[in-house]
Design a protein around this ligand. Sequence first.
Ligand code: NAD
Length: 495
Amino acid sequence: MTEITKEGKRGTEVIKEQYQLFINGEYKDSSNGDRFEVVNPATGEILTSVAKGTRDDADSAVQAAKTAFESGKWPRQTAAKRARLLNKIAELMRKQFEQLVEAEVLNTGKTVAAAQGQIMQAIQDFEYYAGAITSFGGKTNPMPNGFFNYTLKEPVGVCAQIIPWNYPLMMAAWKVAPALAAGCTVVLKPASYTPITAYMLADICKEAGVPDGVVNVLTGSGADIGSYLTDHPDVDKVAFTGETETGKDIMSRASQTLKRVTLELGGKSPNLVFDDCDIDNAVDGSLFGIFYNSGQSCEARSRLFVQEDIYDEFMEKFLDKAAKLKVGDPFNEKTHMGAVISKSHEKVIDDYVQLAKEEGGEILFGGKRPEGEEYNNGFWYEPTIIGGVTNDMRISQEEVFGPVVVVMKFKDEKEALKLANDTKFGLGSAVWTKDHAKATRVAAGIKAGIVMVNNHISAFPGSPFGGYKQSGFGRELSLETLDLYMETKSVVSYT
Ligand code: NAD
């Protein structure tokens, strides 16, 4: 039994020596026997080896999902029965909570606290959709005399669900739970860095009694099997979370078969601190907004705008608290920020910091890999705060996806909104002010899918999550998501 104690010690490892593909309820090696290694980002050690699926394997997974869908063994179950299974999955996840947390921490290098929050939310997602689906359906519409019209909600079919590495199990839950609730069948493709909890979810689905072929988990290269799934004529929908550039490729490929597509993509979210805010709250929320999950969050508030008359006071507190953030062993309860996902990602982050310097930015804090024995192995970056920038610089416009924030001043509400919206992205945003009317005006003016007002948490089951502009389209975590896994059939009869 896993134990994560206050001192950060853990008990037996929960990671298997190797993982196989999960197709049609069975575990199999890839068709050509290829495997790849998965690493613990906090230590650089190899954790396990995972089957590297081929296009043949992807095809088998799609055929399994198609057969399960067409046999009706999932879509034609009553919503109540599907809800019971979703609740069963959630119950088994609750029982394995500590193991899931341990696996996620080992596989991502994120802190225990972050993993706990994300895995609890993944559980709640299954519970939320179990409840939501039982009252989700069509409606009747007003018609001319003699006509009667009602709509039916029917599952879209086979869904390829392609997810990133930053919140592995939570992203899997955001995808799998609504698809199953709607009656769809699924081929889930986790990111190659972080496949472990997706396979634990496959085990849980099997144990819960999800019929064979309804959930399939397939690991392998995104460019190879991810794009193959996107092209596949028997896949009815692609639900993708990842980089904006990958999203564009998926959208263009999916157009060939006119698949349904939802895209949850990148961001460069603004964080607006007005002079009438509670400064201490705004400081804490702004630190969380960028450094949570080592900045590897799609809605990381990576552009911090502070009203000019409180800039000095705010920045003094912000820098002071940033200096107190402890980076290090993710299993240590005192750690605020864990590792970053890979050596190559550490370099991407550092390249952006060097670029910011070339562009004229001033490193106010951090700006390098932390020093000390603790960081000899693994992949690390300091919380980094950059001033002296303008909003048109690349460092202010491109997603770093690491613990790097740029700070700028603004004069008034009008300028704040102009700066906030001057980006190709539109995912998250935050507003700090005690003036309710101002908060409402600014929330209305921001072109982003999520606005946090005096708050740093963006995602709750029931609250739609998704982007404007090049942050994608479609919404997760909500009733709107169920709609996106369904077709609407309109039945018009004349009596
Ligand atoms: P990525 O686009 O590199 O990879 C995401 C997934 O797509 C992986 O499973 C990968 O194997 C697969 N993939 C890669 N190329 C593909 C292709 N050509 N066709 C099909 N699949 C392909 O993204 P990442 O680096 O894993 O994740 C980080 C990105 O995810 C960031 O941009 C972040 O903002 C975004 N993200 C968005 C949200 C959101 O809700 N909007 C949430 C989390 C992460």
